[in-house]
Design a protein around this ligand. Sequence first.
Ligand code: ZN
Length: 117
Amino acid sequence: MTDSVQDRKVCTNCSLSYDLEAWQTLALVGYQAAGDPQGRPIAIELRNCACGTTLVVPVLLALLRRRVDDCGERVARTAAQTAIAILSEQVEIAERELRLLRRRAIVAQSRAGVGED
Ligand SMILES: [Zn+2]
């Protein structure tokens, strides 16, 4: 078994902690694009703690760990669709930046007179 701390979300404001079941009962604020510690795009789920503080968890992690029951499934599907939309947008932005960087690299190479590819 893994450490149970990873399966709980603790509020930094009031120190209340939530397991998955309790987490899903909190008021859903919405979903947003964010970055993981490595800077990769992820989607996060925002819910309000009983004290009013907005807490976040990564959507995909939450989905994987979520027990899908009748009411959870609809929420999970919405979260997945939102995550896919956010990630698709991030991929588009990344591809655009990559094309720009490649174009700049080609210009820099030709200016430097480097002919190898
Ligand atoms: Zn709290």
